[in-house]
Design a protein around this ligand. Structure first.
Ligand SMILES: *Cc1c(COP(=O)(O)O)cnc(C)c1O
Length: 209
């Protein structure tokens, strides 16, 4: 099942899009099945899950941290942390810098749809935040991340993804190294890809629910 699901998403999205299989609700055994099916990018949103899946997976798998990161937790994962999709606080960046281990590729999480319940910076705050990080040696901002509202109304979803792309383009004038867009989940990834997603984060659609 995982193999068929992954193949299907891969065929639908094409080569330019990296598929992150989100394994947060799944066991190590199921995660290894995804690896056997060809998945090389995995997503976890909790420290424990990140550590557990990282330890179980072969070295050529990349485990992305996609959940909220607390600065006091950075030290628990920094050795294996190469992709962080949820940077929104300078305190977290400072801890990465202090650890001084290796470059962490970061996405700034943006609350494009302005939902009160959502994490992320407001779009108008993002460029100044990136500016604060520009002399950090170990924090490399490579892109922006967002989550669309959970709605049937595809125009709201489209506006969210379009908004993140427009913000990326605006920021790229001063920060051309900010190129990536982490957007799209099981219910909305075809729309995200249409609007330029370079990383999609897929849980149930690949791993099952
Ligand atoms: C759980 C999760 C996903 C995947 O959700 P699905 O709807 O199962 O595809 C993607 N991104 C983040 C940040 C998540 O927490």
């Amino acid at each position: 099942m995982i193999k068929e699901n992954y193949e299907q998403v891969k065929n639908e999205t094409g080569d330019g899009v990296k598929i992150i299989a989100v394994t947060k609700y799944h066991t190590v055994e199921e995660t290894l099945k995804a690896y056997a099916a060809g998945v090389r990018h995995f997503g976890e949103n909790r420290i424990e899950g990140f550590i557990e899946k990282r330890a179980a997976l072969p070295d050529d798998a990349e485990v992305h941290f996609i959940g909220t990161m607390q600065s006091r937790k950075v030290k628990e994962v920094i050795g294996d942390l190469h992709y962080l999709h949820s940077l929104e606080r300078e305190s977290v960046a400072k801890k990465i810098e202090q650890a001084g281990q290796h470059v962490v590729n970061c996405f700034i999480q943006v609350n494009v749809s302005d939902e009160a319940s959502k994490h992320g910076l407001k779009p108008e705050e993002v460029e100044a935040f990136i500016g604060k990080l520009k002399d950090y040696k170990y924090v490399k901002v490579i892109g922006l991340m967002t989550m669309a509202p959970n709605t049937e109304d595809s125009s709201i979803i489209e506006n969210t993804f379009k908004g993140l792309r427009a913000l990326r383009d605006e920021i790229a004038v001063n920060y051309p190294e900010v190129t990536e867009l982490s957007m799209g989940m099981s219910n909305d990834y075809p729309i995200a890809v249409q609007y330029g997603a370079t990383y999609i984060r897929i849980g149930s659609k690949i791993m099952g629910s």
